[in-house]
Design a protein around this ligand. Structure first.
Ligand code: IPE
Ligand code: IPE
Ligand code: MG
Length: 243
């Protein structure tokens, strides 16, 4: 146990976060919703720092869902530009810290060409880093991911490359956006909402769920540590009777 109460021998392998509450944070201050998104940047990078501090190897954050396209056009456009500029401003620093940056989600569709290119460049630039993998779920939906996997598996079966009787969990996992990503041990959702909102549906099967009322722009590494401590106090049984 260290001074922040985290047991360093049992740090989770993977923490996933639904970064929620930006709009409400802004509204409470009489600001625009988009000011709330901008304020979330400091929360994200303080959380990344905290993750590095405790040796967290995988951190995944929900940045834009396949359903978020239904928001007003100006907010969608802000989020596209904001995520792009955040990437360009932060990638050298992340690279220097040994962070591998990756994206999961549908690459095509309505994501602007330029954003796609910056995503690909950043992934290539940081591909060799191993200290932490920071995955942005962007234009991501859990159902879309499972549909994309299902289509790919069906195509292999139809081509005679795969027998339906051989489709197992490993085959499904191999067709997800990040097949090598371990399942999250902890899912954190901020802003007092208690739902998954189509995040990592397959991968969250046995995640420990941690909810906090903190609005995302106010989230800091201390909140990450609190979530890790809560996780460390849980008893994971995976359907067994436990120890
Ligand atoms: C989360 O904050 C960020 C995104 C979904 C992009 P919201 O924008 O959902 O904030 P609230 O939930 O309206 O407060
Ligand atoms: C989930 O938050 C998506 C992201 C954080 C990017 P939302 O705010 O979009 O989810 P709902 O609409 O409250 O379920
Ligand atoms: Mg929300």
């Amino acid at each position: 146990m260290d001074d922040i109460g985290v047991d360093r021998s049992r740090v989770p392998r993977h923490v996933a976060i639904v970064m929620d509450g930006n709009g409400r944070w802004a509204r409470r201050r009489g600001l625009k919703r988009t000011d709330g998104h901008a304020a979330g940047e400091e929360a994200l990078f303080d959380t990344v720092e905290g993750g590095l501090e405790i040796g967290l190897p995988w951190l995944t954050v929900f940045a834009f869902s396949t359903e978020n396209w239904r928001r007003p056009l100006d907010e969608v456009q802000f989020l596209m530009r904001f995520n792009e500029s955040l990437l360009l401003r932060r990638r050298d620093d992340l690279h220097q810290r040994g962070v591998r940056v990756r994206f999961i989600g549908r690459r095509g569709g309505r994501v602007p060409q330029r954003v796609r290119r910056h995503i690909a460049d950043t992934e290539a630039m940081t591909a060799g880093n191993r200290r932490m993998t920071l995955t942005f779920a962007f234009n991501y939906g859990g159902r879309a991911e499972l549909l994309d996997a299902t289509r790919a598996i069906a195509a292999e079966a139809a081509a005679g490359e795969l027998s339906p009787s051989r489709i197992n969990e490993k085959v499904v996992t191999r067709h997800l956006y990040a097949p090598d990503m371990p399942d999250p041990d902890v899912l954190v959702r901020t802003s007092g909402e208690y739902r998954i909102s189509n995040f990592l549906l397959w991968q969250l099967a046995y995640a420990e769920l941690v909810f906090t009322d903190v609005l995302w722009p106010d989230f800091r590494r201390t909140d990450l540590f609190a979530a890790v401590r809560e996780y460390q106090g849980r008893d994971r049984r995976y359907g067994t009777v436990g120890e």
